[in-house]
Ligand binder design. Structure first.
Ligand code: ZN
Length: 260
């Protein structure tokens, strides 16, 4: 699963931000931390999607360290765990951890937790790309940001949760709240120093428009037309399956196909 996790190394410790989806990737992340040789002080999670917290089970199952989330992120992870199990188990088999671990410490919008003297502050965004998104800012000057999936770095996107209007509003909020020249790290795609917010807005508009203009009297043909339009828009296809998973839920939400 192409997803980013980050290891922040401080003077005497390390902090993980997001922890991948699979057992293998969680173990790989644990071994990166092991190679650094400093104690793991915390895992922070940006949002409520399994590709950002599943692997934590391989990292802190045997050691109790703070696993920190905005309250809403924690609540959605717990609420949706059973549904995610049903969706992900058939796709990933034993690579989806059988025992997930959940955050054990929650904080509110604008609050800070410090590890090894370094402050980590959360911007709690609420619904957006997932049912609950947040961004972590690091350091007193907040010039380092871990922004989860609040924008994708030019890869196909997941819109199936249906909160794209709040997602667009979140982008507006981040434009004003992220310090200028902040280094921003996203959950998918390469690291960037210029957040792809314009591109993300355009991708969302293009996707929703492709769904609205498709002829849903033939749902299979309509879905193919949307997928064609989006792969024309963005030919590179690492995460194309996330976009494909989103077509029917969004069409249903727009009332273009019946429920069920
Ligand atoms: Zn993701």
């Amino acid at each position: 699963m192409p997803v980013n996790a980050y290891v922040v190394e401080t003077q005497r410790a390390v902090v993980i931000i997001d922890s991948t989806l699979t057992v293998s990737d969680g173990r790989a992340l644990r071994s990166i931390v092991g190679d650094i040789g400093k104690p793991l002080e915390a895992i922070l999670v940006t949002h409520a999607h399994p590709d950002h917290y599943g692997g934590a089970a391989e990292i802190i199952s045997d050691a109790q360290v703070p696993f920190v989330a905005a309250g809403g992120v924690d609540a959605v992870i717990r609420r949706d765990d059973e549904v995610k199990e049903q969706i992900i188990r058939p796709m990933f088999g034993d690579e989806w951890p059988h025992e997930r671990v959940f955050p054990n410490h929650t904080i509110n919008d604008g609050e800070t937790v410090s590890f090894d003297g370094v402050p980590f502050t959360v911007i709690d965004l609420g619904p957006g790309e997932s049912p609950h998104d947040s961004v972590w800012l690091v350091g007193d000057d907040r010039k380092l940001a871990f922004a989860g999936d609040s924008a994708y770095e030019h890869v196909h996107c997941y819109l199936a949760d249906g909160f794209w209007e709040s997602w667009l509003a979140n982008i507006g909020r981040l434009r004003s709240e992220l310090p200028t020249a902040a280094e921003v790290y996203f959950g998918h795609g390469a690291p960037t120093s210029s957040p792809p917010f314009d591109w993300q807005e355009d991708y969302i508009a293009t996707f929703v428009d492709a769904i609205r203009t498709a002829d849903w009297s033939d749902p299979e043909a309509a879905k193919a037309a949307v997928v064609n339009a989006m792969t024309d828009y963005l030919p590179a296809g690492d995460l194309q399956f996330l976009m494909e998973l989103s077509v029917e839920p969004v069409a249903r939400q727009l009332g273009l196909i019946g429920a069920g």
